[in-house]
Design a protein. Structure first.
Length: 123
């Protein structure tokens, strides 16, 4: 029973950070989504040791393990978009491929830029 209570309390902590970051965005008018602010806030709290990894580890593992279930409503909703995909499918595919390539390219470039002067990665 204590494992369930620990999991529920860890999910409650993550939910509180999510709720607080959404409130912060709402009250300050930041042009950033609340969930992005929440991830940055959680990262900062973890880096500075305010929250230890053990406080959220079980809940994070559980949520990551079941992440695919959070995309089911989106996948079902995409079935209603058939005519849009039929009409703009080539443009959408081109946009997806281009944005994916650019993301990979600039992430790799930024990583190499940040690693300049440090020990190089062997891979």
């Amino acid at each position: 029973m204590s494992n369930k209570i620990r999991l529920i309390s860890q999910i409650a902590l993550l939910a509180a950070i999510y709720w607080g970051s959404n409130r912060l965005v709402f009250f300050t008018g930041l042009p950033i989504p609340g969930n992005v602010v929440g991830v940055l806030l959680l990262f900062g709290l973890l880096c500075f040791g305010v929250i230890k990894l053990e406080y959220i580890q079980d809940a994070a593992d559980f949520l990551l393990k079941h992440l695919v279930f959070f995309f089911i409503p989106v996948a079902v909703d995409l079935m209603n978009w058939g005519p849009v995909f039929y009409k703009y499918g080539l443009e959408l595919a081109l946009a997806i491929v281009t944005s994916t390539f650019l993301t990979f390219f600039f992430t790799g470039y930024a990583t190499q830029l940040l690693q300049r002067g440090k020990n190089r990665c062997r891979n």
